[in-house]
Design a protein around this ligand. Structure first.
Ligand code: NZQ
Ligand code: ZN
Length: 388
């Protein structure tokens, strides 16, 4: 068991209509609020009106139209401008992971005199950030309980994870009923994203029983309830189980005491959505089985076997290599059963830029560190992309 140091300062308020407590949570932070949201889903589900009503005693400024795969040059820059000009006290993010990630970058940029991009790339340290409260409307990223945000800069094909302890939300409101309207595509993509977060942490070369148990439970829960939510989008228990599981997928809890990992599948997927603006969870569903196949060998076999036995209930009577093979097949079949795309072509990616993307990933994502579970060099990354 490795040493660890863990703190998540975020308050989680979970359940039906918990948003009624929003004013009490917001009040200590101040009256001047930047309300951030996406392309309009919160208006369609009545949440925008509810929030405006709940916060009628506050002074609200707005940044709407935040894109999926939130963009630096439009949304982040604009949000920072508003925060500085209007002396915003607190950001209220209402939406999915993209709105929240964008809000985190704005929160850092609002407290920094230079170019916010320097904080995102780590060129300048984040010394402070505005407080963030969020109301989550899509279960997937775990951004509601972690210290990271992922920001795209289209001009340079960059999609960068900006991680700093100042970016933990102060409080996240998690009402599963808000996710009833998430369509099948984004429900499936959200589940695939969360499963992949777990796998990035499970597939490490030194783990422990507690971490493995957390991971296996989360994946089994997501695999059990995703088909239910797709079949019946307003099934409260299914949406609640998915939301709970997603929230705990990404804040490091699942990797405590383990050797960790550079999150290779995310590193590769970041290039796909940076270059082609695809849905993150779909990119992961496509990459995951190919990454598994590429890194499977005698040294990594134990993880594949344990995952197969404990998550898919495979028979221990088979040879380890056979169990591992079945584990890859079952993972792939599960994503397929959710109706997800399984090839790059299906999401509009041909082979014209695979070399360029492999190079970009190799240079920027640090996946080749010796001693990690399965180091990937540029050629490995290209092989995975070609296979996909
Ligand atoms: O923009 P609106 O109109 O709100 O519509 C959104 C968007 O089109 C819609 N949606 C959200 N809630 C809805 C809804 N539609 C109907 N009913 C609702 N209740 O869903 C679409 C996708 O939303 P988005 O926020 O982009 O999805 P998600 O939460 O999956 O976030 C994806 C982003 O998070 C990043 C990804 O890279 C991607 O940019 N990630 C963030 C992480 C983190 N902060 O820790 C970790 C992840 O690995 C991930 O990389
Ligand atoms: Zn992810």
């Amino acid at each position: 068991m490795r040493n660890f140091d863990y703190q998540t300062p975020t308050r989680l308020i979970f359940g039906r209509d918990v948003v009624a407590g929003l004013p009490e949570v917001m009040r200590p932070f101040g009256r001047r609020v930047l309300l951030t949201y996406g392309g309009g889903s919160i208006k369609r589900i009545g949440l925008y009106d509810r929030v405006r009503e709940l916060l009628k005693d506050f002074e609200i400024f707005e940044l709407g139209g935040i894109e999926p795969n939130p963009k630096y040059s439009t949304s982040v820059v604009e949000g920072v401008r508003i925060c500085k000009e209007q002396q915003i006290d607190v950001i209220l993010s209402v939406g999915g992971g993209s709105v929240l990630d964008c809000s985190k970058a704005i929160a850092g940029g609002a407290k920094y005199d230079g170019e916010t991009w320097d904080l995102i790339t780590g060129k300048a340290p984040t010394l402070a950030a505005l407080p963030i409260v969020d109301i989550l409307t899509l279960a997937a990223t775990g951004s509601e309980y972690d210290a990271g945000g992922v920001i795209s800069r289209t001009e340079t094909n960059d999609k960068i994870a900006y991680i700093d302890p100042h970016l933990f939300p102060a409080c996240s409101f998690l009402d599963p009923t808000y996710t009833f309207t998430v369509n099948a595509k984004h429900t499936a993509a959200g589940v695939a994203d969360a499963i992949n977060h777990v796998m990035e942490q499970y597939f490490t070369h030194a783990s422990n029983s507690v971490a493995d148990g957390f991971c296996e439970t989360l994946v089994k829960t997501l695999m059990k309830y995703a088909p239910v939510a797709l079949e019946k989008p307003d099934d409260y228990e299914a949406r609640a189980e998915i939301m709970y599981a997603c929230t705990f997928g990404c804040n490091g809890l699942l990797a405590l005491g383990t050797a960790g990992s550079p999150w290779p599948m995310h590193g590769i997927e970041h290039a796909l959505s940076a270059y082609y603006d695809i849905t993150h969870g779909e990119g992961l569903a496509i990459i995951t089985p190919h990454w598994m196949r590429h890194v499977f060998n005698e040294r990594t076999q134990e993880r594949f076997v344990k995952f197969g036995l404990n998550v898919f209930g495979l028979s221990a009577d088979m040879a380890p290599a056979e169990i591992a093979e079945q584990t890859i097949v079952c993972t792939s079949q599960f994503f397929k059963s959710l109706g997800m795309p399984m090839t790059l072509r299906e999401v509009g990616i041909d082979d014209s830029r695979l070399e360029e993307m492999a190079h970009h990933v190799a240079v920027n994502e640090g996946l080749n560190a010796p001693g990690t579970f399965a180091p990937l060099n540029e050629q490995d990354i290209l092989s995975i992309l070609k296979a996909a």
